[in-house]
Design a protein around this ligand. Structure first.
Ligand code: SF4
Ligand code: SF4
Length: 200
């Protein structure tokens, strides 16, 4: 996996260097393989158990779930949420090089500033659909062991993201973002274009 040079400021940032930046410990402007692997380790086990649960109900329904995941993480989520992220604005690559959606294509233009209500609804409903689809089929097939494991792994995944990712995430537009106001202001000082977009 290749990531952006962590010493080079993002294109939205007005600084000449990331050395001594007062916000770099609090916000992830750059990403690395360690973060991407931890993210995958938190998500993949829950998805694999979900996949097994769907398979036990009906192998054919796996195709529908995989298609929904592909469309959502590959295109829809990128449009409604990631296209607001400063990382998305990088012109060096045509695909995302971040911890969570590595490799997804950047087909839409960068749109700094907050997400609209419609975008938030699509983002949340899409995520819920992906999590609830296997859950319903596991319940219908009465595989209670799979159900318990799926719920635990989904909970661990959610906890990991909320605790280690959402509070350091550079995309303030995301409804799940947990970066506090003080840290946001610090980032805005380095990125006046983004600040302007938020104040429009
Ligand atoms: S705010 Fe700018 S200078 Fe600071 S870490 Fe991010 S890109 Fe680098
Ligand atoms: S919002 Fe998150 S997943 Fe999307 S581009 Fe930014 S860092 Fe990556």
């Amino acid at each position: 996996m290749k990531f952006l040079d962590s010493k080079k400021p993002l294109e939205t940032c007005q600084e000449q260097s990331c050395d001594n930046c007062n916000v770099k410990e609090e916000i992830n402007c750059h990403f690395n393989s360690n973060q991407a692997i931890k993210f995958l380790l938190s998500v993949v086990p829950a998805m694999l158990v979900g996949l097994i649960g769907i398979y036990l109900y009906s192998p054919l329904l796996i195709v529908i779930w995989l298609l929904i995941c592909f469309l959502y993480f590959g295109f829809i989520e990128i449009r409604v949420m990631c296209s607001h992220c400063p990382h998305y604005a990088e012109t060096e690559t045509k695909t995302l090089r971040c911890w969570a959606n590595y490799g997804s294509p950047k087909l839409w233009k960068y749109r700094p500033g907050p997400m609209s209500i419609t975008e938030k609804i699509v983002f949340i409903l899409g995520g819920l659909l992906i999590a609830i689809y296997p859950l319903l089929l596991i319940i219908l097939s009465q595989n209670y062991l799979i159900l318990i494991v799926y719920l635990i792994l989904t909970g661990v995944c959610f906890y990991y993201m909320r605790t280690y990712m959402c509070n350091h995430c550079i995309n303030f537009a995301c409804p799940a973002n947990r970066v506090n106001k003080k840290v946001r202001e610090k980032l805005f000082k380095h990125n006046p274009q983004i600040k302007d977009a938020w104040e429009k």
